[in-house]
Design a protein around this ligand. Structure first.
Ligand SMILES: C[S@@+](CC[C@H](N)C(=O)[O-])C[C@H]1O[C@@H](n2cnc3c(N)ncnc32)[C@H](O)[C@@H]1O
Length: 277
């Protein structure tokens, strides 16, 4: 199947995509995977959420984290999700949980947040910085809207750690690099610590997490393997034959139980100083 959307680039501007369902379906699928459920659950714990808190989820997508966090800050709390994609925000608002939980959704760019200084007890940003230019502007805005003593948590991928097992090392290296380089900020995971410190946050802690996928079809949905081969072939990075054999080997490995794709991501948590940043 040839798709005309690429997950590494399309999240920058979902509203302009010819097939937005690719992005909706991707987020729904990722949210169903145990690895994602676990790191997201851990992120809520690391944020030390409590009743009555006001929380911002930046780049909230379909709002799944907003709804789960809303359940943790009730009663008296409030969660705001903001996303640059109007269609994502419409989807989130139309979720029936929107009516039942203290959740609000706004369309907007996280590099220019429409909130006054010191508005939130907690801010969270999950797999957004990898897609945007000027990620330092986003982190600095999140630090601005956080109240003194509040916590910011960011989770993001380090595509330099992406690896797929294959006997054809040369093709694998070329394809891993092709996919990695297609992101706006492919190494953002390892840069989170520096971004937090540069934004004036203190007590910055970094937690690694590695997502391991053991079957080709799941990895293809998460990492666009077939589409990467198609694009790399079209650009002359690998030959058509090499691309075809690479996919065949990975499918074969899945049948034998020896397929493995792996990616390390980092969670960063930092605190805004009691004196405003
Ligand atoms: C990979 S999705 C992650 C969504 C959500 N955080 C999650 O964990 O499911 C990235 C999201 O960031 C949004 N986004 C991209 N650029 C943005 C920007 N400049 N400001 C706000 N949101 C942005 C996209 O529309 C998309 O919903």
């Amino acid at each position: 199947m040839i798709i005309d959307e690429y997950l590494s680039t399309g999240f920058t501007d979902v509203d302009s995509a010819s097939n937005r369902d690719v992005y909706f379906n991707c987020l729904v699928f990722l949210d169903s995977l145990p690895y994602f459920r676990e790191y997201k659950h851990r992120s809520y714990e690391l944020l030390r959420l409590g009743q009555g808190m006001t929380v911002l989820d930046a780049g909230c997508g379909l709002g799944d984290d907003v709804f789960r966090i809303a359940g943790r800050v009730m009663p008296g709390g409030r969660v705001v999700g903001i996303d640059s994609s109007v269609v994502m925000i419409e989807k989130a608002r139309s979720n029936e949980l929107s009516m039942r939980l203290p959740a609000e959704f706004r369309a907007g760019d996280i590099r220019e947040l429409p909130f006054p200084d010191n508005s939130f007890s907690r801010c969270r940003i999950d797999r957004v910085l990898q897609h945007i230019s000027r990620p330092e502007a986003a982190v600095s805005e999140l630090a601005r809207v956080l109240e003194p003593g509040g916590l910011l948590l960011a989770y993001d991928n380090d595509w330099g750690t992406f690896s797929v097992t294959s006997g054809d090392h040369e093709t694998t290296r070329s394809l891993e690099k092709f996919w990695c380089d297609s992101f706006t900020n492919s190494w953002i995971g390892r840069d989170l610590c520096d971004l937090f410190i540069s934004s004036g946050l203190s007590d910055v802690e970094i937690y690694p997490g590695t997502c391991v996928i053991r079957d080709f079809e799941t990895a293809d949905k998460v990492y666009n393997l077939r589409e990467t081969v198609r694009r790399a072939t079209a650009e002359g990075v690998i030959s058509r034959d090499r691309g075809r054999s690479w996919i065949e080997e990975l499918v074969d490995r899945t049948g034998k139980g020896s397929f493995l794709a792996s990616l390390t991501a980092y969670t960063a948590v930092g605190q805004k100083n009691q004196k405003a940043v």
